[in-house]
Design a protein around this ligand. Sequence first.
Ligand code: ZN
Length: 80
Amino acid sequence: MKPTDVLRHVLDGLAYQELDAMPVEFHCACNRDRAARAVLALGRSELEDMISKGEHADVYCHFCGEHYHFEPNELSDLLG
Ligand SMILES: [Zn+2]
């Protein structure tokens, strides 16, 4: 799988968990922190590879269409 496919998969999982927790009134609870966690789920080696190539990461929420963009320097910050 490409990194972007993994990101979609991971964020979908988070959103479904949120849906289970609030069956009556659904609102999308995605935010940049969740997107960052989805990015981190790629793993340190994958992120370091992207950073070394100067690649950014894009996370799209399938529920609300929100888009989160992480520049290589922001990926570095996520890794600490
Ligand atoms: Zn969302």
